[in-house]
Design a protein around this ligand. Structure first.
Ligand SMILES: NC(=O)c1ccc[n+]([C@@H]2O[C@H](COP(=O)([O-])OP(=O)(O)OC[C@H]3O[C@@H](n4cnc5c(N)ncnc54)[C@H](OP(=O)(O)O)[C@@H]3O)[C@@H](O)[C@H]2O)c1
Length: 234
């Protein structure tokens, strides 16, 4: 399996990269700092990955998508799936206090940059005749909670994009789906919950096992679905 993952230096992206590496997958890993990228490339190789290619860049760098597509299709020789994990929580304020520029900055990363990543991949997936786009959603892509205006806007957009791409490529052999990972012990969850103890929630490693099972079980009928990784945990 050849999988591209964004945000591999920490959190869910890192855990999925290492879980897939231990299964011998070929990986395209992304991070925005050279030191972190070098570290995850080395860790993934040590964990057993067949091949690991690293791509550096901030999500707001317009060239990132094309560079990832070239690395995936030319250096790895093709990609079976991409997991769009990297994202931000954004400003945690009531909508009445949500500043225009703060919302725009959040949407730039959570929505515009995600499309920038997918755009150069789509024609390559189509030419290849298959390819899975795993858009990282959240419960907040399906409902709302006070203070999560920017985050819910990003994740509802991601859910919509997953479904639209699914329809646009229904006859191309592609699978586009939105996945909510549940509550996972990462820096993002801690930032969202403040001082609340997050240790009862899923670990990134448990979550990653769910992603590995899902990736192994991908089938055309899943195109356009909104899934919960909880259904893929043992
Ligand atoms: N944790 C949860 O409970 C939970 C629940 C529902 C959904 N999710 C979703 O799951 C995904 C992963 O979340 P997580 O909990 O693993 O988050 P995390 O620990 O905060 O990690 C976020 C990742 O995104 C990267 N990133 C953020 N902004 C970036 C930018 N501008 N350019 C490049 N990389 C950037 C970070 O890199 P840096 O280290 O360089 O900042 C990091 O690798 C996200 O889409 C999140 O919304 C998480």
């Amino acid at each position: 399996m050849r999988v591209a993952i964004t945000g591999c230096n920490r959190g869910i992206g890192r855990a999925v990269a290492l879980a897939l590496a231990s299964e011998g997958a070929s990986l395209l890993v992304h991070a925005r700092r050279q030191e972190s990228l070098d570290a995850i490339v080395a860790e993934a190789l040590e964990a057993g990955a067949s091949q690991v290619v690293g791509v550096l860049g901030d999500l707001r760098d317009k060239s990132l998508g094309e560079r990832m597509a070239v690395a995936g299709f030319e250096t790895l020789g093709g990609l079976d799936a991409i997991l769009l994990s990297a994202a931000i929580l954004g400003p945690m304020v009531p909508v009445a206090e949500l500043e225009r520029h703060a919302l725009r900055q959040a949407l730039d990363i959570g929505v515009v940059a995600q499309v920038d990543l997918v755009r150069p991949l789509l024609p390559r997936f189509v030419a290849q005749g298959h390819g899975a786009l795993l858009w990282m959603s959240s419960g907040l892509g399906r409902f709302g909670l006070p203070g999560y205006g920017a985050y819910a806007a990003m994740k509802h957009a991601v859910e919509g994009l997953a479904k639209v791409v699914a329809e646009e490529h229904r006859d191309d052999g592609l699978i586009s789906l939105a996945i909510a990972p549940g509550l996972v012990q990462t820096e993002m969850l801690q930032a969202a919950l403040g001082t609340e103890d997050v240790s009862e929630h899923q670990t990134p490693e448990e979550t990653a096992q769910g992603f590995v099972r899902l990736l192994r079980a991908l089938e055309p009928e899943m195109n356009g679905a909104s899934l919960d990784i909880g259904d893929w945990l043992s």
